[in-house]
Write a protein that binds this ligand. Structure first.
Ligand code: ZN
Length: 442
């Protein structure tokens, strides 16, 4: 919306601003210049108010009351808030003031993403009055910057969200993530199902069969009908040709919530299944193996995961780093003591990102995949040790289940489980793949 012919505006603005800010005797100056100014204003911008305010604004470029200008913008790929603001009709000092108000409440680098949207409100002088930023990272917490008593102040709002409990049922065609995506669900749900709930019970790279079914009862948060994020997954039920498993979230007495199977056995596990995203297993745990480089029989006391050079490797569980650096055939190696006699080792790393003595949590990055030491190509050599004895990392998890439910809670657990299963049974939408596979649905 242009209130003045575009080429006149900067000059006029500058004159006006300088005029009004220049003197401490602003009042007298104003008073003495008022007649001349009025003539100027009449000559330049006066438009008779011929239409009521609620009718569409006249098409003429000139209007009586200067109105704020609202600009809505979307961040492009490789865009930043700063770069996007630079393209708006803003003076550099205004951008700087805005950034100063944003930074205490919002991380410009990590909180913003491409396709985030913002609305910028400018007064007729081009001064920022308000800035509202909707981040996809935390959609329920928009960033709002407002001018208060002349100063821009930033804050995060908290939108009221509506929580709905939904039942979802999908049929597996090729993999879990496609089945959930076809049902309109996000990748986050796939991760929760595959890792958090069934990570110790189902190997989704090997146990899936076409036609298997997955039922989920989960909480979803909405704002004005728009999906914002997932809440708790209350229940997941996998019914398959090779493997079937139920997982129900339940609190075991005073402890934290965990997932339990139909009988109340814990699905929680001590170690994550895979300490990195990998392409395949190139060498399994084997106590008598022919070593490709040493050309002799030598046990392989861990699992080799093939992954690209530089892939991030995570700690399998919380613990303390007892070695971080070169170790002969392991190359760059990290060893973590997890307590209770358990240790894990991560070999052939191209880079080590922890130091000896450091405390780590489950999934803390410990280094990057490489081919240092005795390695034919980039991979992670991963070992799990209990009291000095090597365990098969692919199997160890299954033997390391958490505490079962307290006996006194079993009846309560069964009632909760059956109530959730009832929600699943009543689910009206069975999402299936479109295309040829749909014909196979019962
Ligand atoms: Zn190895």
């Amino acid at each position: 919306m242009f209130l003045f012919p575009a080429e006149d505006e900067p000059l006029r603005q500058r004159l006006m601003r300088r005029f009004f800010r220049s003197s401490s005797a602003r009042f007298w100056l104003l008073a003495s210049c008022l007649p001349a100014l009025t003539v100027l204003r009449l000559g330049v911008i006066w438009q008779p108010a011929s239409s009521p305010a609620d009718l569409p604004a006249p098409l003429e470029p000139l209007a009586l009351a200067p109105e704020p200008q609202r600009l809505t913008r979307t961040l492009g790929a490789d865009d930043s808030i700063y770069q996007s603001l630079k393209r708006q009709p803003l003076e550099e000092s205004q951008i700087a003031e805005l950034i100063r108000a944003i930074t205490p409440v919002f991380n410009l680098r990590s909180d913003s993403r491409p396709l985030d949207r913002y609305t910028l409100t400018l007064d007729p002088e081009g001064v920022v009055q308000r800035f509202e930023y909707l981040s996809q990272r935390e959609p329920e917490r928009p960033l709002v910057v407002e001018r208060q008593v002349g100063r821009l102040v930033g804050r995060r709002e908290l939108l009221p969200l509506e929580k709905r409990t939904e039942a979802i049922e999908v049929r597996i065609i090729d993999n879990l993530s496609n089945a959930l995506a076809d049902a309109g669900e996000g990748a986050e749900l796939t991760d929760r199902i595959a890792d958090e709930i069934f990570g110790s019970a189902i190997d989704f790279t090997q146990d899936l069969r076409r036609g298997d079914r997955l039922g989920i009862v989960c909480e979803k948060y909405y704002q004005n009908g728009r999906f914002i994020r997932y809440g708790e997954v209350l229940l997941a039920r996998y019914t398959g040709e090779k493997v079937s498993q139920l997982g129900v979230s339940f609190q075991n007495g005073a402890g934290p919530k965990h997932y339990y199977d139909a009988q109340g056995n814990s699905l929680n596990r001590r170690f994550i299944n895979y300490p990195l995203p990998f392409r395949g297993i190139t060498s399994r745990f084997n106590t008598s193996r022919f070593h490709p480089i040493l050309k002799k029989s030598r046990p392989h006391l861990g699992t080799d995961y093939a992954a690209g050079h530089g892939t991030m490797v995570w700690a399998t569980a919380s613990g303390r780093v007892v070695h971080a650096g070169w170790s002969g055939g392991y190359g760059n190696m990290v060893e973590i003591d997890h307590g209770n006699g358990y240790r894990s080792r991560y070999g052939h790393l191209s880079r080590v990102s922890v130091r000896q003595g450091q405390r780590v949590d489950q999934k803390t990055p410990v280094g990057l995949v490489g081919a240092t030491g005795l390695a034919t190509g980039p991979h992670l050599h991963y070992e799990l040790i209990k009291n000095g004895r090597h365990l098969n990392p692919e199997r160890a998890n299954r033997d390391l289940q958490g505490e079962p439910l307290q006996k006194t809670l079993l009846a309560q657990y069964a009632a909760h489980r059956d109530q959730l299963l009832g929600l699943l049974a009543g689910s009206t939408h069975l999402a299936v793949h479109a295309g040829p596979a749909a014909g196979a649905v019962e």
